[in-house]
Design a protein around this ligand. Sequence first.
Ligand code: ATP
Ligand code: MG
Length: 338
Amino acid sequence: MSIAEQGVAIAEAPSDDIVLDVRDLQTYFFLRRGIVKAVDGVSFALRRGEVLGLVGESGCGKSLTALSIMRLLPKGSARTIHGEVLLNGEDILEKTPNEMREIRGRKISMILQDPQTSLNPVFTIGEQLREAIFRRTRGRTREVMREAVAALRRVDIAAPEQRLGQFPHQMSGGMKQRVVGAISISGRPEVLIADEPTTALDVTIQLQYLKLLKRLQEETRMAILFITHDFGVVARMCDRVAVMYAGRIVECGPVDQVFDNPSHPYTQALIASVPKMTGSTERLYTIEGQPPSLMDLPVGCRFAPRCPYADQRCLAAYPPSFTVGAEHTADCWRMTAA
Ligand SMILES: Nc1ncnc2c1ncn2[C@@H]1O[C@H](COP(=O)(O)OP(=O)(O)OP(=O)(O)O)[C@@H](O)[C@H]1O
Ligand SMILES: [Mg+2]
């Protein structure tokens, strides 16, 4: 029986215990046409047992931030050129590829944006799950089998023994995503990065999946970096939220505070564009203008060209992170007097 099923209250406030500390991360694409600054100075910390949302428009660098942390950048022109990713105080950017293979899955794991790419179509669910479990336990076949069945049961898949023999195409989208979730947490990671884990699912299945993730998070106390477009999902899932714009985090704080007192004009626009309906899944396309090209970024605030409050100062220099409230910061010159 899980802890949640026993009715024990487990959702205590997150401790100050930082498990993942990302400092000034920069990941660029070096192309013949120029340099694409996809992640350009991203810093945040994640505490044990905490869910931190990472939100922002398409193309702002959310997935690249996640892939940089996992050291799973697309092969070719992308390189992390600066920063630290401290996992329990150790910089995983310094680890060898072999050491990284040991860390991935066991200490830090990721649910990719597209579940189709996470499952291999030519292997059964059981084979893929068993491989993930075997890497951790190196256990005997029977134990691995037992764990595989338990892993599927944990993500609410009925008749797991039969499902183990099936191929991904024999399952619905929602079921596949739950299998991906089961595989991602089978190594009992301390940190899970979930990159838009529900975009491919229809609305009712999304909600079920979010509830499931939340329950697993509360049971295991793993920390989650939850990437999404959707502020409704942030409200439902997250303790804190970081808002990303054109390769940088422009505002970060506890979810309630950011909702009640959004301080960066970009956050204000994002929240204003959320339809006033809980459980909304609409994408946030209603802010006028376009984000800047990541190949040709303005020297000043990156939001200035779209910002109704921008003045000379905003065009001249990128603002520092100002403190807005407890654990609440915003990179906006208007906060100078705050
Ligand atoms: N292979 C590539 N070559 C050049 N630029 C790339 C490449 N892949 C991604 N980029 C650029 O990196 C930026 C960040 O991409 P990323 O996938 O992190 O965005 P995202 O915030 O996850 O967007 P979405 O919400 O659509 O998933 C994008 O603006 C994109 O143009
Ligand atoms: Mg993405």
